[in-house]
Design a protein around this ligand. Structure first.
Ligand code: PDD
Length: 286
């Protein structure tokens, strides 16, 4: 059976799912997106993703065509219509389809475009969760508002392609000698004295929803957390490294640029945080 997408008020098959060539998402990457995980047919950490969506659209003065409550209801209906058990819901909202290519915002009567689709992924049992991944490093060539979850992802496309060509699972982006974040994930290390280190939120990184939950869950368990930037040298001297995102949850990093991190295996802190996160995710799923 063909999968179903949501496009501007209608549930349609993927082959029928279309937007205009004048859509500003297509012409200018003038749009915002979100990716939320689905476990056992339920949305994971939904309130956090919706709050970030609201913030991102506000930062670029884009109006959502539906309320957050309605957006969540549509996501749930889409999950149900696709019989999705484990995977992700992708959501994109753009400044709509005007009739030409004016850079400035269109007239008020142009409605934002809202698109959603689902994809299947068994995040819990992904083989890389046990084996860990290698990461490579690349320069962070992105713009200065990385806190906005913009669909302008060319820098990440190039970074993740370089990773794929090198046989790595993620690219860590570097700025001023420090890791900002992964191409589509937040970056963490665990120091030799068990301090969990991840870059502080700000305009240099996306405020990851998984990052936020992991930091909170770790703090609640009296684990030591430092929110600061770290270097590749620190990562290589660390006990463990890992990444977080809606599409991997907590995922061990066992090598950076071909050099082993810790003992080259997914570490105990990473495993523990993954377990704690999955427990939280299931308990708060909607
Ligand atoms: N990416 N940093 C960047 C640059 C990201 O693109 C993402 C998520 C994250 C992690 O955020 P979260 O924990 O809220 O998923 C950090 C999504 C999964 C993607 O682009 O597919």
């Amino acid at each position: 059976m063909e999968k179903i997408a949501y496009v501007n008020g209608a549930f349609v098959t993927h082959s029928e799912a279309k937007v205009s060539v004048f859509d500003r998402g297509f012409l200018f990457a003038d749009g915002i997106y979100e990716v939320a995980a689905v476990l056992d047919g339920k949305l994971i950490d939904s309130a956090s993703h919706l709050a970030r969506l609201e913030r991102s659209v506000g930062e670029i003065k884009l109006r959502l065509p539906e309320t957050l409550e309605r957006i969540e209801a549509i996501q749930k209906e889409l999950v149900a219509r696709n019989n999705l058990v484990n995977g992700m819901v992708y959501l994109e909202v753009t400044r709509g389809a005007d009739t030409g290519r004016d850079f400035a915002f269109p007239k008020a009567d142009v409605k934002s475009t809202l698109v959603m689709f689902t994809s299947e992924k068994d995040i819990i049992n992904a083989p890389s969760a046990k084996a860990g991944i290698n990461v490579i490093t690349v320069p962070d060539i992105r713009w200065e508002r990385r806190d906005i979850k913009s669909v302008a992802l060319l820098a990440q496309v190039l970074a993740k392609q370089a990773a794929a060509e090198a046989g790595a699972g993620e690219a860590w982006m570097l700025e001023d000698g420090k890791v900002t974040e992964g191409g589509s994930s937040s970056a963490f290390i665990v120091t030799q004295d068990d301090v969990i280190v991840t870059r502080q939120n700000g305009t240099e990184i996306l405020p990851g929803c998984t990052r936020k939950a992991v930091v909170k869950l770790a703090e609640e368990r009296q684990l030591r957390i430092e929110e600061r930037a770290f270097t590749v040298a620190e990562a290589l001297a660390a006990k463990e490294a890992f990444i977080t995102s809606a599409s991997v949850f907590v995922q061990g990093v066992v090598a950076v640029d071909g050099k082993q991190v810790g003992n080259g295996k997914v570490g105990p802190m990473t495993d523990r945080l993954r377990e704690i996160y999955v427990e939280f995710a299931k308990a708060t799923a909607v």
